[in-house]
Design a protein around this ligand. Sequence first.
Ligand SMILES: NC(=O)c1ccc[n+]([C@@H]2O[C@H](COP(=O)([O-])OP(=O)(O)OC[C@H]3O[C@@H](n4cnc5c(N)ncnc54)[C@H](O)[C@@H]3O)[C@@H](O)[C@H]2O)c1
Length: 477
Amino acid sequence: LVTPIANRHVGLIGFMGAGKSTVGAEVAARLARPFLDVDAELERELGVPVAQVFAERGEAAFRELEEELTVEALADREPAVLALGGGAVGSERNRMALRERALAVWLDVAVEDAWARAAGPGRPLAQDEGAFRALYEQRHSLYRAAADARARDADGVVLAAGGVHVDQGALDLLAELVPGKGPAALVSDARVAGIHGAAAQLALGERLASTHELPAGEAAKTIAACEALWRELRLDRRGVVVALGGGCTTDAAGFAAATYLRGVAWAPVPTTLVGQVDAAIGGKTGINLPDAKNLVGAFHWPSRTVVDPALLETLPADERAAGMSEVVKTGLLAGEPLWELPAPELVRRCAAYKTAVCLRDPLDRAERAQLNLGHTFAHALEAAGGYERVSHGRAVALGLQAALRLSGLEDDVVRRVLGPKPVRVDRERAWEALLRDKKAAGGKVRLVLLERPGSPRVGVEMPEQEVRRALDELIAR
Ligand SMILES: NC(=O)c1ccc[n+]([C@@H]2O[C@H](COP(=O)([O-])OP(=O)(O)OC[C@H]3O[C@@H](n4cnc5c(N)ncnc54)[C@H](O)[C@@H]3O)[C@@H](O)[C@H]2O)c1
């Protein structure tokens, strides 16, 4: 498991007025890392504003001081989020240190917005609009050359930090978006291959080495399907597995990539809403055992996740509904009505939320558990229905209802947006299944609940009767 920012800083570069300080502080909070604003630090150390350094000592002297501090900040071992000065990428020493020690994210801004924000006496290079625009043009190519990724806001920076690229039409740029130059093995199920396979093949162009088919749905997540794929793959260590499809395809192909040759790179291209906001993000890959889902797997962070919301246009309504349950879950965790956003932005915001949680806890040892909100109940209902009668989406919707009620919160969002009907399953079987989860967790029913929307609590112990009552309410009489 190697996240793109493991032992690396997130280095924000970009023009003055792009918002590096504000966005940097927000990203640092979301990644639970320290934040350092190099210009602000310089002012603090010198005890005078940047404008005064410019006026009294000249720009060249300022650049020298800036370079010292930038190189020093980048050399610090503790991975942080750093906002670099607008002109920092002008120095070769800074650029080298940036390449070595950071994932460089270019925070881009339109020149009009930059001027509106930056113009004023505090910025010596934002005095004359003509000169400002000329400098903007000149710096553009420097930022482009130094950047590993480009972003417009904090969500964009978080996504870049996780190697997640979200954009309408991203599929067409697959060959450039999948890092490296090595050959690609394209894996999908027959249905997805029939709809989006040709476009993916065309986009991979000369990098396409082979195509492979997995069975649709959970049948992909078996050792037999995995073995068939291992046997077909002809990649060397430079190769990359590109998994085009829903969560079943990306879970299984990702696991094959994690294990083939003891691990080759992989790039999921999720085609379902579940995949785009959840399954393809965070590096969990795996397959099922006959009576236990996701029991065998590996953490294997993708070298790039390519999310193209346009691919959802062909998604059947029931699959979209399944994804909306995860969207509502994410919105409740984030404390924002993300489910109200139009599709591309909804995907981007949800994907960014999950990316941040997984970057903070890549091995699922602590707070990543929050992503299980509603899922303890969902698993119990699915198990009681023999994994056939109750769809995962509906089970999660009902599970969210139970989690909200046990949190003492209104469940109207779930009813309005997802409208799940109680399911017809055996109550005893459902309760037994929930208790089986309990055994795994050390003899106590531990749940993910919400203090309030935006404030999840993991590992909350609840009395058994209350949990049982909440479960019973989800089952039709
Ligand atoms: N790894 C993780 O972190 C994680 C997180 C959540 C869920 N999951 C896993 O994801 C799986 C569920 O994934 P899913 O809901 O995406 O289901 P899925 O992969 O089974 O896909 C659903 C169906 O939709 C079809 N399909 C996919 N994209 C389409 C498109 N664009 N147009 C038309 N049809 C399309 C597929 O052929 C398939 O039949 C589960 O196995 C679950 O365990 C994993």
